[in-house]
Design a protein around this ligand. Structure first.
Ligand code: COA
Length: 333
């Protein structure tokens, strides 16, 4: 049995936070942000709009496009670092109930910006082992809830949103997800971290100093260098191991953190401009959601066709990283 990537869906909140609006909040400029990151705007969830709300909307769309009925979904996995509740219940269980899914196994995983590649890897393993048949995978983030809007080094980067996909069992090898690579190295834990707290009301009672440790903190420059090195090496490895070259890739879908990182990796791999999917200017860095949101943009622009080979590549806090070679299978006939 193989795992087929059948469909994609996404949701971003209505409110847009532009670089010009950020100029009024911190000492920065549209010019600096554009030049250093490529980001022009990001979407921000309403106060009463939760990670599970965004995840449910993206997931409903992915199910609708999959050719699989929601009653057939037998596993739900959500990648998030900004869950509705930090300990329990998991965001995946809330999404399941919001969608009216049957009583199926549901859990969250925490792998930061690599989250979506990790959930694809888990879905593939469950399907290939025969344990599950139709897996709903979601990346959903309300990063605005863990972003310090007085810290210009981080608040310009992040946005909210969700993306989802349905991955299902197939006997057709042509449709199969070819390979997924995943890795992690906790010795770099301090490059990107939220030392304390959660996204809910848990930190409201804390004093200002304690509260600031609930927000993301980042060593941007070091992260940048490790990101370029790790992303490039990982993609080279997955292509080599599968006897493929960058010419075999129709769509390179990198984690959308920073245009300069994407460009550096694209150049190192000699990818052509038309192979690289870019959405960072519109949504900023949406962590675990960024790859499925980018695939959804590709799909909705009419550029993603059945059989197109996608190469996913992600990097994030942990540190974690991963890549995947995935032909777009399209809906189940
Ligand atoms: N506006 C204006 N100036 C800013 C700024 C902002 N928003 N943020 C930082 N600066 C300043 C710094 O204070 C520093 O000033 P100094 O030279 O007077 O000390 C200068 O700009 C350069 O800072 P530096 O951190 O070296 O910039 P950079 O070129 O590395 O760009 C990032 C900063 C954050 C854009 C970049 O490091 C980055 O994208 N890193 C990766 C982050 C990432 O992708 N994280 C998620 C991984 S999934």
């Amino acid at each position: 049995m193989y795992a087929a990537f059948r469909s994609v869906g996404a949701y971003v909140p209505e409110r847009i936070l532009t670089n010009e609006a950020l100029e009024k909040m911190v000492d920065t400029s549209d010019e600096w942000i554009t030049k250093r990151t490529g980001i022009k705007e990001r979407h921000i969830a309403a106060e009463d709009e939760f990670t599970s709300d965004m995840g449910s909307k993206a997931a409903a769309q992915a199910i609708e496009r999959s050719g699989i009925s929601k009653d057939e979904i037998d596993l739900v996995i959500c990648a998030t670092i900004s869950p509705d509740y930090f300990n329990m219940p998991s965001t995946a269980t809330i999404i399941s109930s919001k969608l009216g899914l049957p009583n199926v196994m549901a859990f969250d995983i925490s792998a930061a910006c690599t989250g979506f590649v990790y959930v694809v890897s888990i879905a593939k393993a469950f399907i290939e082992s025969g344990m599950k048949k139709n897996v709903l995978v979601i990346g959903a983030e309300k990063l605005s809830a863990i972003t310090d809007y007085t810290d210009r080094a981080t608040c310009i980067l992040f946005g909210d949103g969700a993306g989802a996909a349905v991955i299902s069992a197939t006997e057709n090898r042509e449709e199969a997800i070819i390979d997924v690579h995943t890795g992690a190295d906790g010795t770099y834990a301090d490059l990107l971290m939220t030392p304390n707290g959660g996204t809910g009301s848990a930190h409201d009672a804390l004093d200002a100093e304690a509260k600031s440790s609930c927000f993301m903190q980042m060593k941007g420059n070091e992260t940048f260098k490790v990101a370029v090195r790790t992303l490039t090496n990982d993609v080279k490895a997955i292509l080599d191991e599968n006897n493929m070259t960058s010419d075999d890739i129709k769509h390179f879908v990198p984690h959308q953190a920073n245009y300069r990182i994407i460009k550096a990796v694209g150049d190192a791999l000699k990818l052509k401009e038309e192979q690289i999917v870019l959405t960072v200017h519109k949504y900023g860095n949406t962590s675990g959601s960024s790859i499925p949101i980018a695939i959804n943009d590709l799909y909705e622009s009419g550029k993603l066709h059945q059989g197109d080979m996608m190469l996913l590549d992600a990097f994030g806090g942990g540190l974690t990283w991963g890549s995947a070679l995935i032909p777009f299978a399209g809906p189940k006939a």
